[in-house]
Ligand binder design. Structure first.
Ligand SMILES: O=CC(=O)O
Length: 328
């Protein structure tokens, strides 16, 4: 099939050479600017598009898919998470969905580790002292944090990013525990010296740090609900580089405010909630603006993956990174 005939709608500006390469191969319209795209504009653009390239800031739900033109046959997401796309409805309508796994694994795990260090070693509190000019010099008991070595890291979701987190935490001397839908096979589990817990409650209860690394799906929504959060040690901290929806953010906020948890490092928040202002007030909480995969390298490689998925589809094959409902 000549790819030139395929009409592609891109909702955000992508790295320049990704955009340039896409424009060589397809008939591309970048309908967005560098802001999330307005829904009406997206719907209008989808009337005569063959391929949509969205990002996580676009909600591709059943009403939007119902309003799209008949030609839409591929949603080539620029990003790994697909919780903003109704994959089941897309499939029913004969629309394939692909994502960009693998290329953001190491960078997201780096950020998970950075958050863990920042919270346990109270880095942002220290930095605030320097910025506010109130540091009074070294003192034996000032800003004491917690050592990572010897502590138990509980990884919720042992996919690519969870395993990358485990490798890093091992290097810091942490003990690795995890909960996953399926136990890893021995070839993966043994080098990580990771202990599998079939019961999430058990993992939550023993961990000094919980790292959320599972995708957001209907079955992981509020997996860390108020009941489970209460099973955590009061000295424990939680780190989330996945999706806000996996944690009941209101319950987490209440517990952090009440001192029932020692801290949190969050890169992601519940959709539509914005950042809870009460989280911003807490010194033991480090907040980042969803930047786990924000390296130049990852964003470039994500673009290259999108291009491969589009080209493979245009050549009449299934995109290599196709997402099907049974994976979710
Ligand atoms: O969160 C980032 C992604 O899903 O790619």
């Amino acid at each position: 099939m000549s790819t030139k005939r395929l009409s592609v709608v891109v909702t955000r500006r992508l790295p320049a050479d990704v955009e340039a390469r896409m424009a060589e191969l397809f008939d591309v319209r970048v309908v967005g600017s560098d802001k999330p795209l307005d829904r009406a504009a997206l719907l209008a653009a989808l009337q005569d598009a063959d391929i949509l390239v969205p990002t996580l800031t676009d909600t591709i739900d059943a009403p939007l898919l119902a309003g799209a033109g008949e030609r839409l046959k591929l949603i080539a997401n620029y990003g790994a998470g697909v919780d903003h796309i109704d994959v089941a409805t897309a499939r029913q309508r004969g629309i394939l969905v692909s994502n960009t796994p693998g290329v953001l694994t190491e960078d997201t795990a780096d950020m998970g580790l950075a958050l863990m260090l920042a919270v346990l070693r109270r880095m942002t509190e220290g930095m605030a002292k320097m910025q506010d000019g109130v540091w009074e010099g070294w003192a034996p008991e000032a800003l004491l944090g917690t050592r990572l070595g010897g502590k138990s890291l509980g990884i919720l979701g042992m996919g690519r990013i969870g395993q990358a987190m485990a490798r890093r935490a091992r290097a810091f001397g942490m003990n690795i525990h995890y909960h996953n839908r399926r136990r890893l096979h021995a070839g993966l589990e043994e080098p990580l010296e990771a202990t599998f817990h079939e019961r999430l409650d058990a993992l939550v209860g023993l961990s000094d740090v919980i790292s959320v690394n599972c995708p957001h799906t209907p079955s992981t929504f509020h997996l860390l609900n108020a009941r489970r959060l209460k099973l955590m040690k009061p000295t424990a901290v939680i780190v989330n580089t996945s999706r806000g929806e996996v944690i009941d953010e209101n319950a987490l906020t209440r517990m952090l405010r009440a001192g029932e948890l020692a801290g949190a490092g969050l890169d992601v928040y519940e959709r539509g909630h914005g950042v809870n202002p009460r989280l911003r007030e807490l010194p033991n909480v480090v907040l980042l603006p969803h930047m786990g995969s924000a390296t130049r390298e990852a964003r470039q490689e994500m673009g290259e993956k999108v291009l491969v998925n589009m080209q493979t589809f245009a050549d009449g094959h299934r995109p290599p990174d196709q997402v099907v409902p049974s994976m979710l």
